[in-house]
Design a protein around this ligand. Structure first.
Ligand code: SF4
Length: 234
């Protein structure tokens, strides 16, 4: 499996203390991406590990998974390496390790992983496909389909929305989406735009006015809460 970086963090990408693998390669091109080096599948600083090496490392880290922690695969986009991911998640889940992934939700095969994942984080950046294509360079069709399917099937689904001025601060498309979905087992996290990865871009960074005001943030969250959406922060 191609991995860009790995390390522990607490409660940011799933519950408790977690070993987090950032996989290499992404099929989206979000104009605000804070890890632009993770997009190209052939980035030379990424390292190759066999599934066995990763499984072994996870098992050896068990003692560190306190407070309900475990392992998380995030991106890039982890489902681009789906066969390897499936193999690793199956093995460690059998051993009782808590598993999580963060995905852009675009893989047709994402539902295959669902029962191997305890904590599924799916990013929904913009439900309007035309705007999604403009800022992300790809359709959101599969993400929306997967969201609708998995929100009905799973006992837990966590949606992340990066809130960006001029990209998605109008809550209406999200209200339309969530009010027609099964939200009883779904939580939503709204993350304000930041520029942490800006200096890593080697091509032009096109977001010039992405910060959201307190008012925009509160209005957005209130609009979702008004239809019963559970908003949490991690
Ligand atoms: S989906 Fe995530 S990793 Fe991929 S380009 Fe967008 S922000 Fe970056």
């Amino acid at each position: 499996m191609k991995i860009l970086q790995k390390g522990f963090n607490y409660s940011q990408d799933g519950p408790g203390n977690r070993l987090v693998y950032h996989t290499q390669g992404c099929n989206f091109r979000c104009k605000w991406c804070s890890n632009p080096e993770s997009m190209a599948a052939d980035y030379t600083k990424a390292k190759d590990y066999t599934c066995e090496e990763i499984i072994d490392e996870i098992m050896r880290s068990r003692m560190m998974f306190f407070d309900g922690g475990g392992v998380t695969f995030t991106g890039g986009e982890p489902t681009l390496q789906l066969s390897e991911l499936k193999k690793i998640l199956s093995s460690v889940k059998k051993e009782g390790i808590n598993t999580a992934i963060e995905t852009n939700g675009s893989s047709e095969r994402l539902p295959e992983l669902s029962e191997l994942i305890d904590f599924l984080i799916m990013d929904i950046k913009q439900p309007d496909d035309k705007i999604h294509r403009k800022f992300i360079g790809a359709s959101n069709k599969k993400t929306i389909e997967n969201f609708k399917k998995l929100s009905q099937e799973r006992t837990q689904l966590h949606i992340r929305i990066p809130l960006i001025n001029h990209v998605n601060t109008d809550p209406k498309p999200f209200v339309d989406l969530f009010s027609h979905a099964d939200m009883k087992n779904t939580t939503v996290e709204v993350l304000r735009y930041h520029e942490f990865g800006k200096d890593k871009w080697t091509s032009e960074y096109e977001i010039t006015d992405g910060f959201v005001s307190d008012e925009q943030f509160i209005c957005f969250c209130r609009a979702l809460e008004s239809i019963g959406v559970k908003i949490i922060s991690t």
